[in-house]
Design a protein around this ligand. Structure first.
Ligand SMILES: [Zn+2]
Length: 68
């Protein structure tokens, strides 16, 4: 099958922006979050429970991110 080239090459800006946003969000969650994201839902308790930090804790160490 030949690719359909009749539509031309449209820039995929939306895909680029969404991918960048998701990548930055995942990087934030893996490397930087100390309860900020869940504090939007849980309030102040999120900073003491630190659920995202605890679930990605080993990944932080493996990737050399500062942790504790
Ligand atoms: Zn640690």
């Amino acid at each position: 099958m030949l690719a359909d080239v009749s539509t031309g090459a449209k820039p995929q800006w939306r895909a680029y922006v969404v991918s960048l946003g998701l990548g930055l969000l995942l990087f934030f969650l893996m490397a930087l979050d100390q309860g900020q994201l869940l504090s939007l839902i849980q309030g102040q308790v999120a900073y003491t429970q630190n659920l995202i930090h605890e679930s990605v804790h080993d990944s932080r160490h493996v990737n050399g991110m500062p942790c504790h």
